[in-house]
Design a protein around this ligand. Sequence first.
Ligand SMILES: [Zn+2]
Length: 336
Amino acid sequence: MSEIRYNRLEDNYVIIAPERLHRPDYMSWSKEEQSVTSCPFCEGNEEMTPSEIYAIRENGSFADEKGWSARVVPNLYKAVQIEAPYLLKSIGANKVWEGFGAHEIIIDTPEHLNSLSKWSQKTFFHWFKTIQARTQDLKKDERIAYISVFKNHGPSAGATQPHPHTQLIGLPMVPREIVRKYERMYSYYMNSGNILMDEILEEEKRDKKRIVIKTESFIAFCPFASEYPFEVMIASDKISSELETIRDTQIKELSALLQELFIKMERELGNFDFNMSICVAPMKKHFDVDVTCRFTIRIMPRIYRHGGFELSTSTMINPIEPEKSAKLLRGVYDEY
Ligand SMILES: [Zn+2]
């Protein structure tokens, strides 16, 4: 039996339809991997990228040379650029921004391994510290209203480079879905005095069925209205609203959680394609986020293609119940 489930956080519906579970659509990473010598993101090939904006480096190493553990460069194929004028024009009834914004690539690790299950906890730690450093720096730019941080891993997730990387796009406006989400969390707080995400996490902790890993400060769970099979959300449990306020001890905890989670996900899905979004709250001048939201990371495996129904209705069909995904990820195989 399928179910139409309501997503309280996104104010959207998802159709959980186990009857549609089938495998022929499964898309996996191309086995023809680019060689290390021609990869612009590999250590030793620094001259193949634009000059670095930021890097975590060994003492004594120089910019744009070997000796880094995470490195940030401008995207060569920018969606927006920081050099463009910060100008909102009107063309008739239409409004146009002149392509202003920041588009950066975080090269997550010098190693060409394309699977996060093989990352060390230190690699996750440096990756997260780099995201923190770049968002903190970009938030100083008054023209930027919102920063999107995401990973595309594998061709069916839109990646064109197999070397692990994360993208960061800073925009002069806040995208509509993000505005709606933060407004919803804010009005929920004003009306009930409660934080929506805390309520969702309390429900998950009571129910237990969808929790994959729980640590002192974070919970990894398959959301009740997961839009993707094996979708996992990691949320900070009452500690942090914003990426920037997560302390080093918590980043270490998060790094261990991510390592364990990706080992579990890969055990079930192989080297799977996925999108990941790392929640960055809109700038304070746009929203008061301190008390109304929680930091989250969302991992969306791209196992099935979307069709016309999903595109025309913005409603996803997920053939795997989140309870089943969580159970398999926890390593519980009875009944299946
Ligand atoms: Zn590489």
